[in-house]
Design a protein around this ligand. Structure first.
Ligand SMILES: Cc1ncc(COP(=O)(O)O)c(C=O)c1O
Length: 418
């Protein structure tokens, strides 16, 4: 009974929509509390190291934005975003070879919202979405609300295996999928980058089989060495492109964007109206002022130097400590290394032991659709947030946990108990 004497409901299971049945919590979100404990070294979150941002400058920019824009930042705004923000985004896109006008994009509440809006716009239950395998777990989460079938295409050091994709498309035919989602630069979680040749092949296939391509590019500017490779959107203006300020400035401002052909964008705008009316105007004015009035390129440049040092520390520690049975990717940018362990190891289980040893990482199974059963012997380890010495120590601790499980397996196997 409640305080007012009414019967207390205690079971809502029958009321939930079918779509929440298949939703899984993100391992990264679940680890958020653990990762902020001072005794834990976190290799789990893809968090930019905003501790390196000039905070006084950001405070000044924020104050100026409010003063100079007056009430505009505190009012409802256009669903598509402020014109000034869209103009800024156009100039940021020119840097990466994408020539657009403000009419080509919609500002979103982070790229994450764009993923949700796309799925909401395109996907009926049972529709096919094609992704890389593994892929961004937040994308799988966003898509899962719309109950798609997800087909994953494996990657190698050159990115998505477009030969495998071609074989699948041949089997399934034209327009078999609502869209193909890819993170060509410094893939989350795999850390690999799609080669130019594969990009060209992917675009050819997209036209031959009439499959929309969604290019998600949060990490593209975080390159440590080598020349940038053309963005898919710069080669083909039918590609839907997602951008964000999260990794080049601050995720707390939740500002991203989607570039898409006009008819698609009109639908997306309609869908966005029902989702949040419009994004935060205050965040947009702060973003405008930050990029228009500070030396953000040099701030980002020093952050990239830090990330490079940390990537180097992680790869060196992996070579030093990890067993020869393990293999890993060698990213030239972004935040992540993907480690593959012997088949018999189970990284969700390893995570519990790693936590007791003060380290977190993301088990690989979360980066595949739940039904696939893939990724259980893999892990995503992020080098973006911890200092090199801590990364080294975390890898050392992880290697001990792995060696111990491997020894246990061998003992069971030798005793004939497997
Ligand atoms: C591949 C990828 N896409 C999208 C996002 C979401 O970015 P945002 O902070 O702009 O919502 C992330 C965040 O980590 C990501 O890694």
């Amino acid at each position: 009974m409640t305080a007012t004497g009414l019967v207390q409901f205690d079971d809502w299971v029958d009321l939930y929509a079918d779509r929440v049945e298949t939703m899984r919590s993100s391992a990264v979100r679940d680890l958020f509390a653990a990762a902020s404990r001072s005794d834990i070294i976190s290799l789990s979150g893809g968090m930019p190291d905003i501790r390196k941002l000039p905070l006084d400058e950001v405070a000044e920019v924020t104050a100026n934005a409010v003063r100079e824009e007056g009430v505009a930042g505190l009012q409802y705004g256009d669903t598509q975003g402020r014109l000034q923000t869209k103009e800024l985004i156009c100039s940021l896109m020119t840097d990466v070879g994408i020539e657009i006008t403000p009419d080509d994009l919609t500002v979103t509440t982070g790229a994450q919202q764009a993923l949700d809006l796309l799925a909401k716009t395109f996907v009926n239950p049972g529709d096919l979405i094609i992704t890389e395998g593994p892929t961004y777990l937040g994308a799988l989460q966003a898509f899962s609300a719309y109950q798609p079938e997800v087909l994953t295409i494996e990657m190698d050091s050159q990115g998505m295996r477009t030969d495998i994709l071609e074989a699948e498309l041949k089997k399934r035919g034209k327009r078999c999928a609502k869209f193909l989602y890819t993170i060509p630069d410094f893939n989350n979680p795999a850390g690999v980058t799609m080669s130019l040749e594969r990009r060209k092949h992917l675009l050819e296939l997209s036209h031959e089989y009439e499959i929309l391509i969604v290019e998600d590019d949060p990490y593209g500017r975080l390159r440590f060495e080598g020349e940038p490779i053309d963005r898919l959107r710069s080669m083909d203006d039918q590609v839907i492109y997602l951008g964000t300020v999260s990794k080049m400035f601050a995720p707390g401002l939740r500002t991203g964007w989607v570039i898409a052909p006009l008819p698609i964008r009109q639908k997306i705008n309609l869908v966005k109206q029902g989702t949040d009316l419009c994004g935060s105007a205050l965040c947009q004015v702060i973003v405008e002022h930050y990029f228009n009035t500070t030396d953000w390129r040099s701030t980002l440049g020093s952050m990239i130097d830090k990330y490079r040092e940390r990537r180097n520390a992680m790869l060196a520690a992996l070579r030093e400590y990890f067993p020869p049975e393990a293999s890993w990717t060698e990213p030239v940018g972004g935040f992540f290394v993907w480690v593959t362990l012997p088949e018999y190891l189970d990284t969700p289980q390893l995570l519990n032991i790693a936590l007791d040893n003060g380290v977190t990482f993301v088990p690989g199974d979360g980066c595949y659709p739940a039904k696939s059963g893939k990724g259980k012997n893999a892990m995503r380890i992020a080098f973006c947030y911890e200092e090199p010495e801590k990364i080294r120590e975390a890898i050392r601790r992880l290697s001990l946990v792995i060696e111990e499980r491997m020894a246990l397996y061998r003992a069971f196997r030798d005793a004939g108990a497997l």
